[in-house]
Write a new protein. Structure first.
Lengths: 160, 112
């Protein structure tokens, strides 16, 4: 029920941002549309802890800035590699253990790896992630486990 | 003050464009599919990020900025999924990445 209400609120805010017209009729249509959509989604059983992880929102406040900074750092280093005349790449494939307890946590970790330039998660199964990195150094950085620990902290160690 | 924000936004848009071009150069120069994905991810994240930041500065505190933030969020959520799907499909189709170092010992996650 809590997830139902918070989904409706999120959808209605989305409507407000996209519409930009704040007359009573359009607001009412927006509210009805949000409730209908979330009602349909509830029947499809996708509005739950996993499909609508709103409880992660307050921890995202510090995880996202950290991730942005990582993206900027590795984006600049990949740009340097691309622009360097000798093209100093050393493509590496590596298996990583994900220490997250929930499916959402593992997905966040794998997507964070892919989002960071220079590393792509090519295969995910249970708690194992196979990563392709453009340099061996980048693979070693991931193996060291800073991002894994950050995501585990972000997830809060809650199971699904 | 307005000129300061304008300069910042122009700089941001130019930097975003430069990162898009760098991503494109990466696509051309890098040797195989998997390394080319790394080149394109520069365009996805830094290129799009700086462009949208520059555009947000132009529109100020308005509904347009809110929409730009939503677009940025959409890119951040969908681009890794698409990249992962592409890499996984390539691996399953039997395309072997050109590797300098293989730390997996031939073992890919999910295989016995």
């Amino acid at each position: 029920m809590l997830y139902f209400i918070s989904s409706v609120v999120v959808f209605f805010m989305f409507w407000l941002v996209l519409s930009g017209h704040y007359t009573l009729m359009l607001l009412a249509i927006g509210a009805v549309a949000s409730i209908l959509v979330v009602g349909l989604a509830t029947r499809m059983a996708v509005i739950d802890r996993e499909g609508h992880p709103i409880y992660l929102l307050y921890r995202a406040v510090w995880y996202w800035p950290w991730l942005f900074w990582e993206i900027v750092k590795s984006g600049i280093s990949v740009s340097k590699i691309i622009l360097s005349p000798t093209l100093p790449i050393s493509p590496t494939l590596i298996n990583l253990k994900a220490t997250q307890k929930s499916v959402v946590g593992v997905v966040v970790y794998a997507n964070s790896i892919t989002l960071t330039p220079g590393t792509v998660s090519v295969e995910v199964e249970d708690n194992e992630i196979t990563v392709h990195a453009i340099t061996t150094l980048g693979a070693m950085d991931l193996e060291e486990g800073k991002m894994d620990r950050m995501v585990t902290k972000f997830e809060g160690g809650i199971g699904t | 003050m307005a000129i300061f924000i304008d300069i910042l936004s122009w700089a941001s848009i130019i930097i975003g464009g430069v990162f898009c071009i760098i991503g494109m150069i990466g696509l051309m120069r890098l040797p195989d599919l998997f390394t080319r994905l790394h080149g394109s991810s520069v365009t996805d994240t830094l290129g799009a990020g700086f462009l949208i930041f520059g555009m947000a500065l132009q529109s100020g505190l308005s509904l347009t900025t809110a929409k730009l933030i939503i677009i940025f969020g959409l890119i951040l959520l969908t681009s890794p999924v698409a990249t992962h799907a592409l890499a996984q499909a390539a691996l399953h189709a039997g395309i072997k990445p050109k590797l300098t170092v293989d730390k997996t010992g031939g073992h890919i996650a999910g295989e016995d």
